[in-house]
Design a protein around this ligand. Structure first.
Ligand SMILES: [Fe+2]
Length: 412
């Protein structure tokens, strides 16, 4: 165990303590509109209760920083790690994921007390440069859970026939994606892909390596709700020739005929049922749907390498991303970052020479590298500052409760 230096004269990294406070308080602000019951229910095994997210992110700091690095720290409640460990085998047994919605106790108020207790104890570690890497990981982890918290509670509220809203409708900025798609060409050649090592990144973003690209073009905007209407009207969901075999089986088995959260001209949002803007990006589509749409449009999905090669000059914090406790809603512009995560046709695999880190942090990403696809960019529920050009999100091809959208590509 590394020695703890509590008398470090300089902050561990500029603004780390401020960013810690801001990130922790944003999680609580996102939950402020929720009742105890809202925060406790679980709508499906893939989604977790809001209360569980508040607790699990706290467990992460208590376990990997306070318990392991702060001499004399005692757990707030020694029974709770069993409830709030997500998937860390190295941390032992835990409650089954589909049972997280059974946790009526501890209460939301008790979880908030735990958060305050952990935040107070963390003050002793935030000034220690030796802790900065793990603190950064804990903050990035909590930001990931903020997005999951938002998408999970949206799915939970959607189950209620009353269509409850947790936020007021945001003043409307109409979607900007109308008219023909313009294409951004790339000549191909050798591209350097992956994080360059400057600043924080997850382990799955490296090592940086070379990829040979053929000439291609990427659409300058995302596919819209209006274009998806045409796909539906044109029989897209009933034409097996457009679909991957697994996708066609999924469409038939699940009776899929539209993106998640659609009904008539409306879609379900954090502000309840709202009219659907045809010029806003389509979202909540699966990989299977994205791939079928691309086939229908005479195009294809980009690879993650093509996406990154074109995004390297772009501003990763300039898009429509979460920065206040307001309802996330795709707006539509040309930004690669913001609005919706973009499915790529790249399987989620380790880069050349990738090695998972030793210890618990090694369980963070590497063990999920099978049967999933990479998504790039960021969404309207990704907190501003969390995204990077090298960022690799990943989900199974049938999943669509995240803000997942489509950017087309084609060969040149
Ligand atoms: Fe987690």
């Amino acid at each position: 165990m590394p020695e703890v230096h509590v008398h470090a004269p300089e902050p561990a990294s500029p603004g780390l303590a401020e960013r810690y406070a801001a990130t922790r308080s944003l999680s609580e602000a996102l939950c402020a509109p929720l009742s105890e019951a809202d925060a406790t229910i679980q709508s499906m095994p893939d989604a977790s209760p809001a209360k569980w997210h508040l607790a699990h992110t706290t467990w992460f700091f208590e376990t990997f920083l306070l318990r392991d690095r702060l001499p004399g720290y005692r757990l707030f409640d020694a029974r709770w790690p069993f409830l709030f460990n997500s998937y860390y085998e190295g941390e032992g047994e835990r409650i089954a994921r589909p049972r997280r919605g059974m946790l009526s106790r501890p209460t939301l108020a008790e979880i908030r007390e735990w958060r305050a207790h952990v935040d107070a104890a963390m003050q002793r570690l935030l000034a220690d440069p030796a802790m900065a890497g793990l603190v950064e990981l804990g903050l990035a982890h909590e930001q990931q859970h903020q997005e999951l918290l938002l998408t999970d509670i949206k799915h939970a509220l959607f189950q209620n026939p009353l269509g409850p809203a947790m936020w007021e409708r945001r003043s409307d900025t109409p979607g900007a994606n109308i008219g023909q798609v313009a294409w951004h060409p790339h000549p191909g050649g050798l591209a350097l892909i992956g994080h360059d090592g400057d600043g924080f990144a997850f382990d799955n973003e490296g090592p940086r390596h070379r990829v040979l690209l053929d000439p291609f073009a990427l659409a300058e905007r995302l596919v819209t709700n209006g274009e998806w209407n045409e796909f539906i009207a044109g029989g897209g969901y009933s034409a097996p020739s457009l679909w991957l075999s697994d996708g066609w089986a999924w469409v038939q088995r699940e009776r899929i005929a539209a993106p998640l959260y659609w009904r008539d001209g409306e879609h379900f949002t954090h502000a309840g049922w709202q009219p659907r803007d045809p010029a806003a990006p389509v979202t909540h589509v699966s990989y299977y749907e994205a791939d079928a749409f691309a086939a229908w449009a005479g195009a294809r999905l980009p690879t993650e390498f093509e996406w990154e090669a074109l995004a390297q000059e772009e501003d990763s914090i300039g898009g429509n991303q979460l920065d206040t406790a307001g309802p996330p809603l795709p707006r539509g512009g040309n930004e690669l970052f913001g609005d919706c995560w973009q499915w790529t046709r790249s399987a989620y695999l380790p880069y050349p020479r990738f090695r998972p880190a030793a210890g618990a942090a090694g369980e963070y990403n590497g063990k999920f590298m099978s049967s999933q696809f990479v998504l790039r960019g960021a969404s309207c529920a990704t907190v501003r500052g969390h995204s990077r050009v090298s960022y690799r999100n990943f989900f199974y091809p049938h999943q669509r409760w995240q803000f997942t959208g489509v950017r087309l590509a084609k060969d040149l």
